[in-house]
Design a protein around this ligand. Structure first.
Ligand code: MRU
Length: 363
């Protein structure tokens, strides 16, 4: 891994430089908002570490990075026999699939590359040709996400009036996608449309994706925003400042139960108590129709150090017991609508989801 110097302008969060022998460049999100630096990934281990340690994070961004991770992981096998090349492909895919468990976009992207591999192999293509086709697929996933995010922004903007306050949790912005985001895409689109909106940003303990990343993106775009600690959301809602809550999601079951950053479920309950609509904004690739409801969504458990030594500062006794789930599941009945690139699913029912998603199955 190598890092470059701080920069003053925000480039794409994910870039693949060169052809099949090229490398992946990521904004290191753990360093924001203080330093805008990059991680260069020239081997699959560096990509795995970047996903695991949240240097690249957010469901769509993890999927895009994993796609390119397969490309760099195969570079050690380009001179190998077709059998060895295929064995390496499966090894790399399995390895990347073990980086983080909750965001289904990771598995969705890897499944797309598996399908590409199978089609190219069936067509009698050489390892070099298959490598090239896999890169084209990884690039397609990346480019498609840009269009998807803009469509989510357009559909979601129809739910928001000028003068509205919108609360969000975690970071579902440009950093979490190819660019432009999902939940934040709605706010960016409203702002571009000239609607006067005000965004309330939950700090998002323990890793502060709200204060470090969402606040940073909103300040960059000069969108009026107020940062609050997570435990202030109820008060802010009670004061009548919030007209809608919009968050992203990491995995949505067939009935609409939605996993997102830990704390989202609590925010949805607060919104319900205050009569405020709670929306999820997510691409179709975040749905997992193999799961009938949210009970089967794997919830990532993270290291105690992230709470005991939050942001590198010790704030708890070293040997205290810690529970650190990275995500929770908001039940469908608390969700007023799911904003997708194909439109807003509302009410959130299995039938409406199936109708919007069509025949899509992630695996
Ligand atoms: O642990 P993280 O930072 O990867 O969690 C990210 C979230 O929970 C986001 O809200 C979600 O992935 C949607 S990103 C468009």
């Amino acid at each position: 891994m190598s890092t470059s110097s701080p920069q003053t302008t925000a480039p794409d969060p994910i870039r693949f430089v060169g052809e099949a022998d090229g490398h992946l460049v990521l904004i290191d999100q753990t360093k924001l908002p203080v330093d805008l630096v990059h991680v260069e990934c020239r081997d699959v281990e560096t990509v795995w570490e970047a996903i695991k340690m949240l240097r690249v994070r957010g469901a769509p961004a993890i999927g895009i990075a994993a796609g390119y991770g397969v490309i760099v992981g195969l570079q050690t096998a380009t001179e190998a026999s077709p059998e060895e090349f295929e064995a390496r492909f499966h090894e790399v895919v399995e390895y990347l699939a073990g980086s983080r468990p909750t965001a289904v976009n990771l598995f969705w992207a890897l499944d797309r590359l598996k399908a590409t591999y199978a089609a190219e192999k069936a067509a009698g293509k050489s390892p070099a040709e298959i490598h090239q086709a896999l890169l084209a697929e990884a690039r397609f996933i990346h480019e498609d996400d840009r269009q998807v995010c803009r469509a989510i922004g357009r559909h979601g903007s129809e739910l928001i009036q000028s003068g509205n306050g919108i609360l969000t949790h975690c970071n579902a912005g440009g950093l979490a996608t190819a660019d432009y985001g999902t939940a934040l895409a709605v706010m960016f689109t409203c702002h571009d449309q000239g609607k006067a909106i005000h965004v309330y940003v939950d700090e998002t303990r323990p890793l502060l994706q709200g204060s470090r990343l969402t606040a940073w993106e909103l300040v960059q775009r000069e969108i009026p925003a107020t940062l609050i600690c997570d435990n202030m959301a109820a008060q802010v809602m009670k004061e009548g400042r919030v007209n809608a809550v919009i968050t992203g999601a990491d995995r949505i079951a067939a009935n609409g139960d939605s996993a997102n950053k830990i704390g989202t479920y609590g925010v949805a309950l607060l919104a319900k108590a205050h009569g405020i609509p709670f929306y999820i904004a997510a691409p179709i690739s975040t749905f997992d129709l193999t799961l009938p409801n949210g009970d089967g969504i794997p919830i990532e458990q993270r290291d105690a150090v992230e709470i005991i030594h939050g942001m590198g500062k010790q704030t708890a006794p070293e040997n205290v017991q810690v529970y650190n789930p990275a995500f929770d599941v908001t039940p469908a009945e608390l969700i007023a609508g799911i904003i997708t690139e194909k439109g807003v699913i509302s009410p959130v029912t299995p039938e409406n989801i199936a109708q919007t998603i069509g025949g899509y199955h992630p695996s």
